[in-house]
Design a binder for this molecule. Sequence first.
Ligand SMILES: [Zn+2]
Length: 301
Amino acid sequence: MRAPALFLCGSVLVSAMTAEAKLRVVTTTQDPAALTRAVGGDRVTVLSLCKGFQDPHFLDPKPSYMLELNKADLVESIGLELEVGYLPTLVSGARNDEIHPGRPGYLDLSQFVTPTEVAGTADRGLGDVHPSGNPHYWLDPENGRRMARGIAARLTQLDPDGKDSYAKNLAAFETALTAKEADWDKRMAPLKGEKIVTFHKSWSYFADRYHLDVVGQVEPKPGIPPSPSHTLELIKLMQAQHVKLIALENFYDRRVPDLIGEKTGAKVVFVPVSVGGEEGVDAYADLFERIIKHFESAGKL
Ligand SMILES: [Zn+2]
């Protein structure tokens, strides 16, 4: 937060201060951005570096992003090494000490959740992009709730005058989310135990929450492109287990999944896995609403 550069008079002063007083938040992906907008309301401006229709593991660290980070009061990351390929470069290039890890201006949201798949055996040298556990935790609404609480606490720390506003916004967010969760639980109940295949290990938290059985991925390992031998094994596995759905994160190439679909008879469904992943998916709850609609529209599986 920066003080206004000029002293003006009357209402001009008030509006100038209001504009200047907003906390500038930069997030790596659109999911924390949506949560921050929900909790921060009109006291924050929020920019997301990675868009929801892009693979969040990879981003070209453009100089313009460093300029945004130079002006930022707070940077929010998903953590668990999701952004390891670009965020450290951007933060160190931003010339803004306040947003370095360990400072109040840096918030790694993974601290608020319990990661899965922390095997300790992953090897980034082999191309594995989940070396610290699965970072796709925003795909469980309970984790979204925890992220929102963590964001509210940090916004309050950075902007104590907004305490009541953040608390009120957080309460409204949680109430609305709780109501929607009941509806989503009901709609996903018929799919309990359904076997699915995905492209990447993006779905672990969603599958745990809604009791889907993810039997395999098109990728041999997270971040490793499909190989003929793995694809053949996956086809055999899907045939043996009668898998009828491939839930394909919508920024991956669909050629191999389509081939697998042809060989097995499984339906390939393109599904967003982040806010901003499809038009109209603007708020955090919109993401679950849309994913569940895709599952519903896949038919009776
Ligand atoms: Zn991943």
